[in-house]
Write a protein that binds this ligand. Structure first.
Ligand code: NAD
Length: 359
């Protein structure tokens, strides 16, 4: 059994702020990234939480990630925006891009935002949540410019990233529907989490370096690398392809076709479609039908092995409530990697551990 710490949320914020200041980020950026990463842990997506920091430090030290960037408008066509993230922290660039898109969608009824050259945008559902808070439907197609880690359907090696898709639907008087997933069987960070915990990955998720099925997470973490499989066979692979063509070719003007595995930066391209349901449809009818369908679906009796039917977004909110109350579990390997990364930024490791109350 690997050692794991449970860190109080307030203390974790204090500790991660110390690490983030090592990048030389402005205080608003420190706060935005700290909150976004910890929220990923709180919602149960440790793959996109504070465990990303070592990778961010490597990217920063290779100058592939640039602190203190703000989104730049390349094209303003009213209800279509083309934006450039300047390789800045995706937590800031993504937020600014969404704010611009949301304002336009509220003005015009819809907006298409093409965002390129943003460093890692983290949990894409966070951007869908932002849109639903303004009453908007949102769709997000995302590509990943980094070492290829997912095999095409029928292929034996990796050719693209975990290309996430997300969507948000506001539900008046209820929490929104937030569908948000990698198009691979599992997120890449989950192989790292399993590796650090000394666990196997589930079957049918990963290929080894010869294209054979394996449950050993090291094929996702250390060379010689294997490849993740896309979810849903040819269907998930098809969605991954769309994410590359829409988030990459269309939105970012960049797709993944490089053999360069030395680059540690993770650039995301994201095509976002924002729709104001009140501008497109009869709002009352939309809300009525949405609620009626959700209630109908949730009324299905739970089958063996399940406790209830959930709607996308609910598992994250349940985990958020639990971890906010009881603390965030962080395995010892991940914590020591974060401390090493802090050290590389010139941040005092002992201060970070003391802030988190981890000894
Ligand atoms: N920025 C990037 O480059 C990048 C790349 C890949 C993934 N990601 C992020 O990684 C995160 C994790 O992705 P993942 O593929 O591991 O997610 P996942 O497999 O845990 O799936 C999450 C989705 O499934 C829904 N869900 C889960 N259990 C459910 C249930 N029992 N009933 C109904 N719905 C349920 C969740 O609400 C959520 O919408 C996501 O936030 C994604 O955006 C980011």
């Amino acid at each position: 059994m690997s050692v794991s710490y449970t860190i109080d949320v307030t203390r974790l914020h204090a500790a991660i702020r110390l690490v983030m200041r090592g990048f030389g980020s402005e205080e608003a950026e420190v706060e935005a990234i700290t909150a976004n990463l910890i929220e990923a842990n709180l919602t149960g997506h440790d793959s996109h939480g504070i465990g990303m920091l070592p990778r961010y430090v490597e990217a920063y030290q290779q100058r592939g990630l640039v602190p203190n960037q703000h989104v730049r408008t390349v094209l303003d066509a009213g209800s279509m925006l083309r934006l450039d993230g300047g390789a800045g922290f995706g937590q800031v660039i993504g937020y600014e891009a969404m704010q611009l898109g949301i304002a336009r969608a509220l003005q015009h009824g819809s907006c298409i935002v093409a965002l390129g050259n943003s460093h890692h945008l983290g949990r894409i559902g966070a951007w869908a949540e932002l849109a639903t808070k303004s009453g908007l439907v949102s769709l997000h197609f995302v590509n990943v410019m980094a070492r290829s880690i997912v095999a095409p359907y029928g292929g034996a090696d990796a050719r693209f990233g975990t290309n996430p898709f997300a969507a948000g639907i506001p539900v008046t008087g209820r929490m929104p529907v937030i569908l948000d997933f990698a198009t691979s069987m599992m997120a890449q960070g989950k192989t790292r989490v399993a590796f650090n915990k000394g666990e196997l990955v589930p079957p049918d998720c990963l290929l080894d370096d010869h294209g054979r099925p394996t449950r050993e997470p090291r094929f996702g973490v250390n060379p010689p690398f294997g490849a993740l499989l896309a979810f849903g066979a040819h269907k998930g692979y098809g969605l991954a392809l769309l994410c590359e063509l829409l988030g990459g070719a269309l939105a970012a003007g960049m797709t993944q076709h490089s053999e360069d595995v030395a680059q540690r930066r993770i650039l995301n391209g994201m095509l976002t479609v924002l729709i104001d349901p009140a501008a497109l449809a009869d709002r009352a009818a939309f809300e009525h039908e949405t609620l009626a369908f959700i209630d109908w679906v949730k009324a299905s009796p739970a089958r063996e092995g399940f406790d209830s039917v959930r709607i996308a977004g609910e598992p994250e909110r349940e985990m958020l409530a639990h971890r906010t109350a009881h603390g965030v579990p962080v395995d010892a390997t991940t914590w020591s990697e974060i401390l090493d990364a802090a050290g590389r930024l010139g941040v005092d490791r002992a201060e970070v551990s003391a802030a988190a109350d981890v000894s």
